[in-house]
Ligand binder design. Structure first.
Ligand code: HEC
Ligand code: HEC
Ligand code: HEC
Length: 260
């Protein structure tokens, strides 16, 4: 046999051997289910570096990712939290059981952690899962990866739902868990957010726990998260803002109001 062919075959054998079972490179597809065992930084080290240097956006989301009350709430599809009880979308009620160190409903236990290497902190690519893990988002997406926008129902909320609660973070006010919802209400920046909310992004909507998400537009999640990124990140965002119609001053007794 020709030497070149032998080398070629040897090379092929090595590359098949070295190719991770689960990886579908270039197609942009992720074939693993939970994604928990995959090191995102192997291919997306640029994004990890960007996130780690994003200051408070990184710190706050790292804290949220490390808060197992919150990640458990997400994994159960929580829609309400009060007086220590997580109510999930399916009507189940979960309370903290200090003996079993888990949230409990009847005989079911749940304590969901993103701290995959179990070192007590969210480090490396563990943070990616907060916003991209399909099963945590209650999606059955076969790639295991989803894009969860900032105004996701269970994150910062949107015009339709606020399924998050500041009490999960030991806070009452300011209610940062409702930033998207607040922006959708009478607010000086409302047009900026609603304009983007009425456009489809290129990311498929997460049918969270088989429910229709509040930040959907068409078949996709909306571009509502662009409004957040516009102010809170270095990402350049281009949107057309349609200003409200000017007041025509014919009403002699209008309701008094301020900018709010
Ligand atoms: C073997 C390489 C590889 C690994 C490991 C990997 N990705 Fe990807 N990922 C890609 C490629 C290639 C694309 C498509 C090109 C792009 O958008 O950058 C992609 C795209 C994405 C997208 C965009 C999906 C879309 O719908 O446009 C997200 C989000 C993502 N990856 C997150 C992750 C997360 C989170 C992890 C860790 C669980 C991960 N990736 C691990 C290679 C990888
Ligand atoms: C706080 C939430 C959050 C975290 C944490 C996060 N992402 Fe994302 N990611 C997003 C959002 C939102 C988008 C969509 C951005 C857009 O369209 O403007 C996105 C987009 C992406 C994309 C697609 C980019 C493209 O050009 O289509 C990739 C790839 C990705 N993320 C990978 C990662 C990786 C890897 C990590 C961990 C190092 C990570 N993300 C952490 C929220 C997050
Ligand atoms: C017009 C600009 C603007 C837009 C759009 C915007 N924000 Fe903000 N946001 C701010 C400013 C300014 C603050 C106050 C910062 C401070 O007090 O240090 C803030 C504060 C916050 C905080 C509290 C931060 C903290 O450290 O307590 C959160 C969370 C937040 N915004 C999330 C969002 C989300 C989610 C969106 C999109 C739905 C969004 N913001 C859209 C400008 C904006």
């Amino acid at each position: 046999m020709n030497k070149k062919i032998i080398l070629f075959l040897a090379f092929m054998a090595v590359s098949f051997y070295a190719m991770p079972r689960t990886v579908a490179l270039f197609a942009g597809q992720h074939t693993y289910y939970s994604g928990m065992g995959i090191e995102c930084e192997k291919c997306h080290s640029d994004i990890l570096a960007e996130i780690e240097t994003s200051g408070y956006v990184y710190e706050k989301h790292r804290d949220a990712a490390g808060n197992t009350n919150y990640t458990t709430y997400l994994s159960l599809g929580g829609i309400d939290y009060s007086a220590g009880v997580i109510t999930a979308y399916d009507g189940t009620n979960w309370t903290w059981n200090s003996t079993q160190k888990a949230w409990k409903d009847g005989s079911q236990l749940r304590n969901f952690s993103l701290d995959r290497n179990n070192n007590g902190i969210i480090d490396g690519a563990e943070i990616c899962m907060l916003c991209h893990n399909a099963s945590l988002a209650g999606a059955t997406d076969h790639t295991g990866i989803v894009i969860r926008g900032c105004d996701d129902d269970r994150c910062h909320g949107n015009r339709n739902h606020i399924y998050n609660n500041p009490l999960l973070f030991g806070k009452t006010a300011p209610d940062t868990t409702a930033a998207g919802h607040n922006l959708s209400q009478a607010n000086i920046h409302q047009p900026y957010y609603l304009e983007t909310s009425n456009q489809s992004s290129r990311y498929a909507a997460i049918m969270a726990f088989n429910q229709t998400p509040g930040n959907i537009y068409g078949e996709s999640i909306s571009k509502g998260h662009w409004a957040c990124e516009g102010c809170h990140t270095g990402t350049a965002v281009s949107v057309t803002i349609i200003p409200p119609p000017p007041y025509n001053h014919t009403d002699s007794s209008p309701v008094k109001r301020r900018y709010n």
